[in-house]
Write a protein that binds this ligand. Structure first.
Ligand code: ATP
Ligand code: MG
Length: 437
């Protein structure tokens, strides 16, 4: 992408309406635009990152055996009356009446709809286990939307739903998602701690929230200090293995949200206990037959008996993750994207647009890097070098390749790693080999 034509409305001034750094940086980098309270348009730079995050979530769901589908955002109120949640959900639900006076709603979650799809088609225990997910916009009329995409009203969620014949296999489904979540967040460069959590209006008994520690987080949390240095995925099993031992040893290391934490019964001595704040990026629930019973989602068992299916649901805040990643990875100059979710792999900085030789070398590098499959932000604008450096740092591209007439006299370019600030001079070919190899 040539920045001279890329729609990236960066801001010089720090926006005053933003209270936390991720929100400020997303606005300054021209990634999002608020269109109503808690509702955002994703501008090209922000949308590139959103798609990367979404794709990692998708790949890990697929690897865990979940199957992707896509359900609509608009749902019928009648479905929610079946589960009893239409009245329970309260003001967070956006209720809509269509032209025929039918009551509809903008889905805040999809347990009812997926249960309805399930009961229409799945009739036998032989069709189980089944795990279906989608990545779809949700609407919750949050009382206090804030912190940009962190607590929006319209937000992108991955929600998966598992269906099993008995509690033991439902537990296995839960453990698969538990492992998939740890892998998903690790791929984004995040350390997410699974914490025992309240189940809230979704219901059920077994539940974990996945929390990124951050001072700006909205959740109060407690965990054993070992979590700060631990790499739980180091000896993690694969999905074909028995996940119980891994699950037991990971959930033995204490971590709980403040709703679940009780100082009186906490097994961790005070000296080993960390009290912190965190951002909830995922939440998983096993809720048994809470929806299948009232909605009559039953299958025939081996002896023809009717068995209400055992269910779980598994959410990831896809759009919230973008804020969480920035909270975890930035400096005074801007965002530092982990490679896996960066909007571009390489920022190519032309120090003297209009200089024939510099333009030629840049155009050549731009073409070759793209041929090698790299996504390149080529800053070919007629701007001062200082402004170009500042924008590259702000938008956080992992590698910056700087090309100017002075270096080219001796055939060298400069390569900078955004995360460390380390710079090296090297020949054009060596730079290409390093970035494209
Ligand atoms: P919270 O306690 O933050 O309101 P929740 O318990 O209501 O979250 P879930 O219903 O479990 O959230 O939704 C799954 C995931 O969706 C959450 O873990 C979170 O990452 C994300 N999420 C929930 N509400 C919002 C929101 N208003 N804006 C952005 N992401 C959200
Ligand atoms: Mg909520």
């Amino acid at each position: 992408m040539r920045l001279s034509s890329f729609f990236m409305p960066t801001l010089k001034e720090t926006p005053t309406e933003a209270q936390i750094v991720s929100h400020r940086l997303m606005l300054r980098a021209g990634m999002i635009r608020q269109t109503s309270a808690g509702i955002y348009a994703w501008l090209p730079l922000g949308y590139r990152v959103l798609r990367k995050i979404e794709q990692i979530v998708r790949e890990e769901q697929d690897a865990a055996g979940a199957q992707e589908l896509l359900m609509p955002t608009i749902q019928s109120a009648d479905l929610w009356r079946e589960s009893g949640r239409y009245d329970d959900y309260g003001k967070e639900m956006l209720r809509i009446t269509d032209r025929h006076d039918r009551e509809m709603l903008f889905g805040p979650t999809n347990e009812e709809m997926i249960t309805d799809i399930f009961r229409a088609f799945v009739k036998s225990y032989r069709q189980l286990p089944l795990n279906l997910y989608h990545i779809q916009w949700k609407f919750r009329d949050e009382i206090r939307p804030r912190f940009g995409v962190m607590r929006g009203r319209e937000f992108l969620m991955k929600d998966a739903y598992s269906f099993d014949i008995d509690p033991a296999s439902a537990r296995r489904a839960y453990q698969r998602m538990f492992l998939a979540y740890l892998r998903t967040f690790a791929r984004m460069g995040l350390k997410a701690i699974p914490m025992r959590a309240d189940t809230g209006p979704i219901g059920g008994d077994l539940s974990h929230e996945f929390i990124i520690l951050a001072e700006t987080g909205e959740s109060g949390v407690f965990c054993h200090k070992d979590w700060l240095s631990l790499d739980v995925l180091k000896d993690a099993p694969g999905f074909a293995d028995d996940l119980q031992p891994f699950f037991d040893r990971t959930t033995a290391i204490y971590a709980a949200t403040d709703e679940k934490h009780d100082a009186a019964t906490c097994p961790v001595p005070e000296s080993d206990l960390v009290s912190a704040r965190g951002i909830e990026v995922g939440h998983i629930f096993n809720f048994g037959t809470k929806y299948s019973k009232p909605m009559n989602a039953v299958v025939a068992g081996p002896n023809g008996e009717s068995i209400p299916v055992e269910m779980g649901s598994y959410g990831i805040g896809v759009s919230r993750l973008m804020g969480a990643i920035i909270e975890a990875s930035h400096d005074d100059n801007g965002i530092i994207w982990p490679d896996a979710v960066a909007p571009f792999d390489v920022g190519l900085v032309n120090l003297k647009s209009g200089d024939a030789e510099t333009d030629r070398v840049c155009a050549d590098l731009y073409a070759k890097l793209q041929t090698a499959g790299r996504e390149v932000a080529y800053d070919d604008r007629e701007e001062r070098p200082g402004a170009k450096f500042a924008d590259m740092d702000l938008i956080g591209v992992p590698w910056q390749l700087v090309v100017g007439p002075r270096g080219l006299k001796t055939g060298v370019v400069e390569l900078k790693r955004r995360a460390t600030g380390e710079k090296e001079e090297l020949s054009i070919d060596a730079a290409l080999a390093k970035l494209a190899g």
